[in-house]
Design a protein around this ligand. Structure first.
Ligand code: AMP
Ligand code: GLY
Length: 432
C-alpha cells in the first residue's frame, strides 16, 4: 500500500487535533500543516505518522495549491471558516485536488446569517423568527417596536464576535449603531439579522456529510464565557465535554431527522451540495431543539473532545465525504467520555502578552488518557516553548466516563505552568 499524504490548513488546537487524528490512520504516511504551531511537528511513532509545518498562510490559495501539487498531496482538510467562505475548496477542486470542506456557495450557511436564516425558513428547519436589514433606520425602528426579546447578529463573518445578546434596549440600540453605522465588524455588519431571543441549554452537534448522506458525530458542549459560573466576557471557548448527559441518543436521531438531513437535502436541491463538516449550534428550547447557528467546519474546542473518541479512521471518512461515498463508511465511537480544558493567556479574551515560557508539558502528557493539543504556541530564538496566542493549550483527557475524563484533565493541568495562565475550574461540573 502506498502511504497517503494529507495537508491540514490552519494553526490552532482544532488543527493540531485534526493532524493527530489523521496521523493515526494506518493509510496515512505523512501530515503537513500550513502553517501549524509549535505542537504540530513530530516524528513517526508506533501508531502515529510523522508531521511537519509548512510556512504558508491560510489565505495564500496559490501558495497552498502549488504546495499540494508539488508534494502530491492526496487529501487537504481545511480547519478554519475564513478560507472556506472565501472559496478555497472550489479552487482546490478546480486544480484537480481532493479537498474536505464545503464549496464557497455551501459555506454561506456560516458566511451569511441572512442566507442561513432564509434557507432554514424555506426548508422548514426549526430556528428563531427573524428579520434581515440593510438600512439602519429600518433596523432601528424594528428594534424599538419589537414586542419580545431579540438578539442582533452581524450577517457576515466576525471572528465569533458578531452576535449581540444584551438585556437592555439601550445597549441593543448602541450595539446596532456600532455595527451598522460605526461598522465595528466592517462589511460583515452591512447586513444585520434581528432574531427572536431563544433560551435553553446549548449543544453543538457536528456531522460528516458528502452532499447526500449525513452522519452525526458525538454531541459536545462548549463553555464560552471566560470565567467560572459562566461569568465574564465571551471567548472562542474555554473548555468542552462529551457526552452531554441532557442530550440523549433519541434527541440526536431527532435532530438528524429534523435539522441535519433536511439541511443537506435542501442544499443539494438548491444546486449547492454541502460536503465537509456541518456544525449545528443548537438550543434546547421549550419547543424542542432549534438552530442558533450553522458553522461550515469543525468546532474549536469541540474537535478536541470529539476526535479522541473516534474509533474509525478519520482519513477514510474525510476522503469518502470528498468523493461522495460516505454511505460506504462505518463510523464508530468509543462510548467513554472526553473533556478538554483551555489554558489561556493572562488578559484573554482582551489583550494579552506573548512569549511567556511554558513548562511541564512532558509530565502532563504522561497522565493516563491525556493529550495536550497546542492552540497558540511557538518556539523562541533559543528553542524555548512560549505562548503565542490567547488560547494557548488544550488539555484533553479521555476516560471511561465523563467524571474520569475531567479528573484526568485537571490533574494533568497541575503539572503545566506559564505566568498568568488562566483556565476555568468548572468545565463539565454541573453535568458530570
Ligand atoms: P455564535 O457566535 O453564533 O456562536 O453565537 C454566540 C452565542 O449567542 C450563542 O452561543 C448563543 O449563546 C447566543 N445566541 C445566538 N443566537 C441566539 C438566539 N436566537 N437567542 C439566544 N441566544 C442566541
Ligand atoms: N466552539 C465554537 C466554534 O467553534 O464556533
Amino acid at each position: 500500500m502506498t502511504f497517503q499524504k494529507v495537508l491540514v490548513i490552519g494553526s490552532g488546537g482544532r488543527e493540531h487535533t485534526l493532524a493527530w487524528s489523521l496521523a493515526r490512520s494506518p493509510q496515512v504516511g505523512r501530515v503537513y500543516l500550513a502553517p501549524g504551531n509549535a505542537g504540530t511537528v513530530w516524528e513517526a511513532t508506533d501508531g502515529l505518522a510523522e508531521t511537519s509545518n509548512v510556512p504558508i498562510t491560510v489565505d495564500d490559495f496559490p501558495g497552498l495549491i502549488a504546495f499540494a501539487r508539488d508534494e502530491n498531496i492526496d487529501l487537504t482538510v481545511v480547519g478554519p471558516e475564513v478560507p472556506l467562505v472565501a472559496g478555497i475548496a472550489d479552487e482546490f477542486t478546480a486544480a484537480g485536488l481532493l479537498v474536505f470542506g464545503p464549496s464557497k456557495a455551501a459555506a454561506q450557511l456560516e458566511g451569511s446569517k441572512a442566507f442561513a436564516n432564509d434557507f432554514m425558513k424555506k426548508h422548514g428547519i426549526p430556528s428563531a423568527d427573524y428579520r434581515t436589514f440593510t438600512e439602519f433606520e429600518e433596523a432601528q425602528k424594528y428594534l424599538e417596536e419589537a414586542s419580545r426579546p431579540v438578539v442582533i447578529k452581524a450577517s457576515g463573518l466576525a471572528a465569533g464576535k458578531g452576535v449581540i445578546v444584551l438585556d437592555s434596549l439601550d445597549e441593543l440600540r448602541q450595539a446596532l449603531r456600532q455595527i451598522m453605522q460605526d461598522r465595528i465588524f466592517g462589511e460583515a455588519g452591512d447586513t444585520v439579522v434581528i432574531e427572536e431571543r431563544l433560551s435553553g441549554p446549548e449543544v453543538s452537534l457536528l456531522a460528516f456529510s458528502d452532499g447526500k448522506t449525513v452522519v452525526p458525530m458525538l454531541p459536545a458542549r462548549d463553555h464560552k464565557r471566560a470565567n467560572d459560573n459562566d461569568e465574564g466576557p465571551n471567548t472562542g471557548g474555554m473548555g468542552c465535554y462529551t457526552p452531554v448527559p441532557d442530550v440523549s441518543a433519541a434527541d440526536i436521531e431527532h435532530i438528524t431527522k429534523t435539522i441535519l438531513q433536511p439541511t443537506v437535502d435542501g442544499m443539494r436541491k438548491q444546486g449547492t451540495p454541502y460536503s465537509g463538516v456541518l456544525y449545528a449550534g443548537l438550543m434546547k428550547t421549550a419547543d424542542g431543539f432549534k438552530i442558533i447557528e450553522f458553522n461550515c467546519r469543525f468546532g474549536d474546542p469541540e474537535t478536541q473532545v470529539i476526535l479522541p473518541l473516534l474509533e474509525s479512521d478519520l482519513f477514510e471518512i474525510a476522503k469518502a465525504c470528498a468523493e461522495g461515498r460516505l454511505d460506504e463508511v462505518d463510523i464508530r465511537w468509543n462510548d467513554g467520555g472526553c473533556a478538554t480544558v483551555v489554558l489561556a493567556s493572562p488578559g484573554y479574551p482582551g489583550s494579552y502578552p506573548k512569549g511567556l515560557p511554558i513548562s511541564g508539558l512532558d509530565k502532563a502528557a504522561q497522565h493516563e488518557g491525556v493529550t495536550v493539543f497546542h492552540a497558540g504556541t511557538a518556539f523562541d530564538g533559543s528553542g524555548q516553548l512560549v505562548t503565542n496566542g490567547g488560547r494557548v493549550l488544550n488539555v484533553s483527557a479521555e476516560g471511561s466516563d465523563l467524571p474520569e475524563a475531567l479528573r484526568r484533565a485537571y490533574s494533568a493541568i497541575d503539572d503545566i505552568h506559564f505566568d498568568g495562565m488562566h483556565f476555568r475550574r468548572d468545565i463539565g461540573k454541573n453535568y458530570a
